[in-house]
Design a binder for this molecule. Structure first.
Ligand code: PLP
Length: 368
């Protein structure tokens, strides 16, 4: 059998190993937060934001951020139907309801017009997820948020390296959240981060993230409110510090993989992740969407991948298809796109011969 082509895999060098080893050996006692502080600083500088709180996951970062915004029972939060469950789950943890609107066919992200139509007196937030590195139309979403007094949250878990007219994904909304899960562009194994430019929101989230213990509280073991426990460990942060030193490299290798695929398939009847003028796409996950008028069977293509030891994945299902939500077939873009789309393998050091193998399968499938 040919060598395995993984779907994703982290880029770990001697540097990550050295920092993690140091944290395991020495990162205790008065040093138990050293790598966490350093990681948060580095991430703030990279993103161009004032505040950051490292967390155990992006899901946790979204949960504490939404809790701090006061989202609760009977509230509604608008988001795109095509998404990973992690963006919707925290809304439900707070007793609120995710309202799923359709996506735009080119960006695969929230359609701002449908967002505006979905606003009700109960709407408490809009979650802009930059899907697969593709950027949401932030100008329009922020303008809608402004008009109705509704915060726009950025779930930028998939958008490290994505830049919207000079601003990094995750730095534009009321707050942003990132994931450092092992499949993401930058990893700490598991992990995430909450970022914001709002000092009050930061203080509130900081307190919530530490079991409700406020920074200025002098009494020991004295929480002022019920909070959460979603902290990142110092050992994970040590790996994150090494990844931050290599971040430009991590992003450019993702972009290299995308460009190679895009070039190789430039005359195939399909679309890949867009990069409109004025934007940079971090290309977390190179994906193909086969043109409407072309016969395509994603299960067949993925099973051919599998036989050849290649790991491809299905595009996200519309969340409203899942058993815990009410189906919204009116979201026609979400409901047609996933049937014609897949994610391609894209780890940082994926070589050209391996990408040629992937492309050959797609070509064969489309020529049948
Ligand atoms: C990966 C991902 C998450 C979840 O991240 P965790 O760190 O696993 O909680 C959330 N949102 C999006 C868009 C993701 O891709």
């Amino acid at each position: 059998m040919k060598p395995r082509i993984h779907y994703t895999k982290p880029s770990i060098t001697e540097l990550e190993v050295r920092y993690a080893t140091d944290a395991a050996a020495n990162g205790w006692g008065e040093h138990c937060y050293d790598y966490i502080n350093r990681f948060e600083e580095a991430f703030k500088v990279h993103l161009g934001v004032k505040f950051a709180i490292a967390t155990s996951s992006c899901t946790g970062a979204l949960h504490i951020g939404m809790a701090a915004l006061g989202i609760g029972p009977d509230d509604e939060v608008i988001m795109a139907d095509t998404n990973w469950i992690a963006s919707a789950a925290p809304i439900t943890y707070l007793g609120a309801t995710p309202v799923f609107v359709d996506i735009l066919p080119d960006s695969w992200c929230l359609d701002p017009e449908l967002v505006e139509q979905a606003i009700t007196p109960r709407t408490k937030a809009i979650v802009a997820v930059h899907l697969y590195g593709n950027l949401c139309d932030m100008d329009k979403l922020l303008a809608i948020g402004e008009k109705y007094g509704i915060p726009v949250i950025e779930d930028a878990a998939e958008a490290i390296g994505s830049i919207y007219h000079g601003k990094r994904a995750g730095s534009m909304g009321k707050f942003g959240a990132f994931s450092f899960h092992g499949t993401k562009t930058l990893t700490t194994g598991e992990g995430g981060i909450f970022v914001t430019n709002d000092p009050e929101l930061y203080e509130h989230v900081l307190t919530l993230s530490n079991h409700g213990r406020a920074r200025g509280q002098t009494k020991q073991f004295w929480p002022d409110m019920i909070g959460f426990k979603y902290k990142m460990s110092n050992i994970q942060a040590a790996i994150g510090c090494a990844q931050m030193e290599r971040i430009e490299d991590l992003i450019s290798s993702k972009r290299r993989v995308f460009s190679y695929y895009a070039e190789a398939m430039c005359d195939f009847p399909l679309k890949m992740n867009p990069e409109p003028t004025g934007m940079q796409n971090g290309y977390w996950m190179p994906s193909i969407v086969i043109d409407n008028n072309v016969a395509f069977d994603r299960e067949n293509l993925l099973s051919n991948f599998k036989v050849d030891n290649i790991d491809g994945r299905v595009f996200f299902w519309p969340l409203s298809m899942l058993p815990m939500f009410d189906t919204i077939p009116e979201n026609i873009v979400s409901f047609s796109l996933y049937t014609r789309a897949i994610n391609l393998p894209s780890y940082h050091d994926l070589n050209e011969l391996d990408m040629d193998r992937v492309v050959a399968h797609i070509q064969h499938h489309l020529n049948k």
